[in-house]
Design a protein around this ligand. Structure first.
Ligand code: ZN
Length: 205
């Protein structure tokens, strides 16, 4: 290799090493990549196997939610965990979910855990956006730091306002028409569900 070629090669390599574009390509993950990795860690894989619509709805919410909210809900020191609440079978009486931290994982759960429990019957809905409306509502509670407690209509309204502010009014309205207090699915719910209406996750929309 001639001296000229060597110098040229060196300059070319230096350019790429210093280029911010190159650095970005190696260090920054796209939202799509982050969502995929997050879901493998913090979303029950049972959804993937048995409730594909619920799994897709979670994925869509994580893809679309504004960046600031995304960072908060996926902060692994206080992450949102998505797990299923079985509607039929023995699991509806009692079930467990496990989330494992691996030896090389960064600090996880050091500030807490926020668990979003989704009834598996949601999977029977025709339109995935109905489920997305419900999930956005629950994520809004997390972003607003609403601690669990007695039903609070003001907190419900705040969560709904935030979902609309994020730009998801369409999903919100679909969830409301199906699962709101006077929604079509609430009207045809089983007696057990009707009894539990006061604790409905999307009451008083
Ligand atoms: Zn709520």
């Amino acid at each position: 290799m001639s001296r000229y070629v060597k110098v040229k090669t060196f300059l070319l390599l230096s350019f790429f090493a210093l280029s911010p574009v190159y650095a970005q390509k190696t260090l920054v993950f796209t939202r799509e990549e982050k969502v995929k990795s997050y879901m493998e860690e913090f979303v029950s894989q049972g959804f993937k196997e048995s409730q594909a619509k619920i799994y897709t709805a979670i994925q869509q919410c994580l893809r679309l939610i504004p960046e600031e909210a995304y960072k908060k809900i996926t902060d692994r020191t206080f992450p949102v965990i998505f797990t299923e609440m079985p509607h039929f079978g023995g699991g509806r009486w009692a079930n467990s979910s496990g989330v494992y931290v691996m030896p090389n994982d960064p600090p996880t759960f050091t500030k807490g855990i926020w668990i979003v429990k989704l009834n598996t019957q949601l999977n029977e809905t025709q339109d995935v956006e109905e489920i997305e409306g419900i999930i956005f509502h629950e994520l809004a509670h997390r972003v607003l730091d609403h601690v669990a407690g007695a039903f609070d209509i003001d907190k419900e309204k705040q969560a709904n306002r935030l979902v609309k502010k994020w730009g998801f009014e369409r999903q919100f309205l679909k969830a409301k028409s199906s699962f709101g207090t006077h929604g079509k699915r609430m009207a045809s719910a089983s007696p057990l569900l009707t009894l539990n209406k006061r604790s409905s996750i999307i009451k008083n929309l």
